[in-house]
Design a protein around this ligand. Structure first.
Ligand SMILES: [Zn+2]
Length: 145
């Protein structure tokens, strides 16, 4: 496979793909499967990358989720001042936007945290390898670079 056929960084983030191989998804369920939307395999089933790169790593994603919710709040305030909407419309709009987008934003926060702060580089060989060829990486602990 030619190198320009690999998923780009943005495609990897948008598709919540494993940052190491960009071949498998990080989450095992759909975003609106509300019981399971945060469930992730411990390791990428394709390349063996351990998603939680250090204990408690996902706690950091709360800050990113918080920033997303601040953005929703700011968007609501902009609507309030630009379109002179009734205040309760804006308050309810902000509340339901935050509620409805929660699963998507929490997952996106984890993906962004791992891509931006996980210190993990895309490895085309791991993308091209079969899981059996990647098997040695499954044994390594902590994450190989
Ligand atoms: Zn992988």
């Amino acid at each position: 496979m030619a190198s320009n056929q690999y998923p780009s960084l943005l495609q990897g983030i948008a598709g919540a793909q494993c940052p190491k191989c960009r071949h498998e998804r990080m989450f095992s369920h759909k975003a609106y499967d509300l019981r399971n939307f945060l469930r992730m395999p411990e390791r990428c089933p394709h390349c063996g990358f351990r998603f939680e790169v250090e204990p408690g790593f996902w706690w950091g994603s709360m800050y990113i989720t918080y920033a997303f919710n601040v953005a929703i709040l700011v968007a609501g305030l902009i609507c309030y001042f630009m379109f002179a909407l009734p205040v309760w419309t804006v308050v309810l709009g902000i509340f339901f936007m935050a509620l409805i987008l929660l699963p998507v934003l929490v997952r996106l926060s984890r993906v962004l945290l791992l891509y931006l702060f996980g210190q993990v580089a895309f490895d085309p060989r791991r993308h091209d390898n079969t899981p059996a060829q990647n098997a040695p990486y499954f044994e390594e602990h902590p994450n190989p670079s």
